[in-house]
Design a binder for this molecule. Structure first.
Ligand code: M7G
Length: 182
């Protein structure tokens, strides 16, 4: 008997391929809906800190693609955690695992429906973790989710996280203004 999760989740891997559009570089790895199957996946794949720069892992609810264009993401946004270079070897994995645990454990109080998924980007300029939510107008849900993430990650008081709407990012790339900072 395995311990069921409330949702089924899909893990994705992103690796840029020359000549392929961005969307086609997102590959589904596998889906799971039990605690045990989550751990066998987690223990089987490279930890994010060992991925090459330019690669991502994403974990999304089954049926939601890790893309702004998905109908369940397009009106939403993300909490963005920026991770400095020293943190890659020491903290990245713990922070990513904390976010995965919050998501699959449905630990967002009344706001689990707002959660779409999360992404870890491995980048030379600094790694990032994004927690994607469904509706960038749901201020109450967004702020609660942000607080829960921040507290689970035990960030020091000077490390802020910011919320950005996907629509703003689509227009302006990475330099978008944030809607909330906590
Ligand atoms: P990134 O990988 O999120 O961050 O975005 P980075 O700048 O640190 O590498 C890099 C680029 O990938 C964006 O400017 C877009 O061209 C493309 N891209 C990223 N995302 C999340 C999407 C998406 O959801 N849809 C599409 N079409 N392109 C995206």
């Amino acid at each position: 008997f395995k311990h069921p999760l409330r949702c089924k989740w899909t893990m994705w891997f992103f690796k840029i391929e020359p000549n392929l559009p961005w969307e086609d570089c997102q590959k589904e790895v596998t889906s799971f809906n039990t605690v045990e199957d989550f751990w066998s996946l987690y223990n089987h794949i490279e930890p994010p800190s060992r991925l090459k720069p330019g690669r991502d892992y994403s974990l999304f609810k089954e049926g939601i693609k890790p893309m702004w264009e998905d109908e369940r993401n397009c009106k939403g946004g993300r909490w963005l955690v920026t991770i400095n270079k020293q943190q890659r070897s020491t903290e990245l994995e713990i922070l990513w695992l904390e976010i995965l645990m919050l998501m699959i454990g449905e630990n967002f109080e009344d706001h689990n429906e707002e959660i779409c998924g999360a992404v870890v980007n491995i980048r030379n300029k600094g790694d990032k973790i994004g927690v994607w939510t469904a509706n960038s107008k749901n201020k109450c849900g967004i702020l609660k989710i942000g607080e829960i993430c921040k507290s689970a990650m035990k960030l020091n008081s000077t490390q802020t996280i910011t919320y950005q709407a996907h629509s703003a990012q689509q227009k302006k790339g990475s330099d978008v203004r944030s809607m909330y900072t906590i």
